[in-house]
Design a protein around this ligand. Sequence first.
Ligand SMILES: Cc1cc2nc3c(=O)[nH]c(=O)nc-3n(C[C@H](O)[C@H](O)[C@H](O)COP(=O)(O)OP(=O)(O)OC[C@H]3O[C@@H](n4cnc5c(N)ncnc54)[C@H](O)[C@@H]3O)c2cc1C
Length: 380
Amino acid sequence: MSGIIIGAGIGGLSTAIALKMRNIDVKIFEAANKLSPVGAGILVPPNAMIILDRYGLANKVYAAGIALDSLDVLDAKGKKISGSPACFSKNGAEYQTVAIHRGVLQSVFLDALPSDFVATGKKCTQVNTFPGGSEAVFEDGLSISGKFLVGADGLRSKVRESLFPGITLRYSGQTCWRGIANITLSSNRMKQLTEVWGAGIRFGFAPINHSQIYWYATRAEAAGGMDRKTSLKEKLLNLYREFPGPVSEIISQTDTSSIIRDDINDLSPLGSWFRQSAVLIGDAAHAATPNLGQGGAQAIEDSWVLAEKIAHCSSVQDAFEQFQATRFSKVRRIVNVSRKIGRVTNITNKKLCKIRNSVVRCTPDFLARKQSRLVYDVPY
Ligand SMILES: Cc1cc2nc3c(=O)[nH]c(=O)nc-3n(C[C@H](O)[C@H](O)[C@H](O)COP(=O)(O)OP(=O)(O)OC[C@H]3O[C@@H](n4cnc5c(N)ncnc54)[C@H](O)[C@@H]3O)c2cc1C
């Protein structure tokens, strides 16, 4: 086998698509027993859509989700703090952010691959590198060798643990609930992501189709908190009770069993993303907090650059060096900016929140546009 990918998440699947386009032989090994459409929603920003267009998938993603025009941030009373475009023009084409169910996005990726491309129930426990290749060892005793190995196994990557032991995650001081509500938004909200900022709490929502919306809610608190399923909805309704409509309605119209909770962590930038013939991509290499909605998009950008380098470089080592050199600075900026935004939305003091909101309101448009350009442009 030429290449091994560990993990069939956003990064693993998009890398498989990118390598297959270049006729490079590769197979994915995924820990889950079944690739079922789980998870809540996700925002696929313009930079990811530019790459998905190159894979022939952009129109499928537009058709399966809702294309957004803008991101509006409101204060707890519903007054606008800021508005920014959710689209970006590249080479004469306009790319919009798409809000979509994660399971639906996964299906679009899987449909682009042959059905036997992903081996499920294969939890990687160890990776060994040797001159000319890498070996993945799995929980069931199987071991597979390939010319190169891509660790796309997410935030708590086993591949990273094998290559660079001792790296720990950074807790952001923020926990996050996500869900899907069965409601239709008013027409003026159908093309936008709306975020409401309060004191140490935040609530965001966007439509993912004409009868469902994806929402997320964050709160500044210590890691390790737990919820009782029976009282979770009441807890969330109480936490976000002062927020403007339709926040309470969204929480009320969500099936409690589908609400996912995660403590938000990221990784401080690693010195290297590869060792010999094994490389990390996506969250395994550079997990960011989700405050810019860019983690999945960065995994998709990785897939393009990595496949280009593997196809065109004379050795795997060269390809990995060039991959990291091409991607490192953009990724580092996104990790840092995301973390800063997290800190700003974590402010709990009400007076400081007022100052924060005024400062954001006064931020000149050109600065917000510059920030969007740095994130949305794909310079490769
Ligand atoms: C609350 C929240 C909201 C977010 N919102 C957005 C957003 O709107 N837009 C955006 O772009 N990003 C968003 N992100 C970030 C995004 O989810 C991640 O950056 C993205 O999923 C990373 O993709 P990945 O392929 O690296 O990892 P993952 O998507 O986590 O995939 C890893 C895969 O590897 C598998 N795996 C794990 N361990 C093993 C093992 N040992 N052996 C084999 N397989 C294994 C897993 O089962 C999984 O399928 C958000 C994140 C969070 C927490």
